[in-house]
Write a protein that binds this ligand. Structure first.
Ligand code: SF4
Length: 186
């Protein structure tokens, strides 16, 4: 698995997609639970697990024998004879290494869905420079928007888990009113 593909890179998207380290670790753990002989390597820049519910995936993967390499994947090529994939990896510390795999999974950046701009125009919502919905204030009002009664969470703002949890601070009837208002408008 190759982490941060198209994320945390000035030439693509500078932001961290926030959920994909947890998803990759969860997938690795599930694969090993079903097929314990599978050899899995995760190449990563940092392992970022936001929230108290995710660290156990990392610990489990370490205990189950997942090979973690902190570094950059420079190249992936198919061997024309064996059809295996050859990866050149530059670890953060140490010499370049070559890996061979029969499957390479790219952990790609979250990007705004098609139609975000249109929806933002319809609802008069502001968009961030990355094209996601803009919160009213990143710390003081992270699920509020510039439109009264419309709240945001999940991948429309990238920061999925933390935002979803913060919505719990709002009363159910406030959320219901906000959501039904949006549905009626749209
Ligand atoms: S969550 Fe992990 S894989 Fe995803 S962009 Fe952030 S550091 Fe990279």
């Amino acid at each position: 698995m190759v982490q941060c593909v198209g994320s945390r890179d000035k030439s693509t998207h500078i932001y961290c997609s926030k959920i994909c380290c947890a998803v990759a670790l969860k997938n690795a753990r599930s694969i090993l639970q079903k097929n314990p002989d599978t050899e899995i390597t995760i190449c990563y820049k940092d392992i970022r697990l936001a929230g108290k519910d995710y660290e156990h995936y990392y610990v489990d993967c370490q205990n189950m024998g997942v090979n973690f390499i902190n570094g950059d994947v420079l190249e992936v090529k198919e061997d024309p004879e064996t059809k295996m994939l050859k990866l050149k990896v530059k670890p953060k510390y140490g010499e370049e290494v070559e890996l061979e795999a029969d499957l390479v999974v790219l952990t790609c950046a979250l990007v705004p869905a098609k139609g975000m701009e249109e929806l933002a125009r319809t609802l008069n919502l502001s968009l961030s420079p990355d094209g996601f919905f803009m919160e009213l204030h990143p710390k003081l009002a992270p699920v509020d928007t510039n439109v009264d009664g419309i709240y945001i969470c999940g991948v429309c703002v990238v920061e999925c888990p933390a935002r979803a949890i913060q919505l719990r601070h709002y009363k159910d009837d406030q959320i219901f009113a906000a959501v039904s208002g949006v549905l009626k408008e749209v």
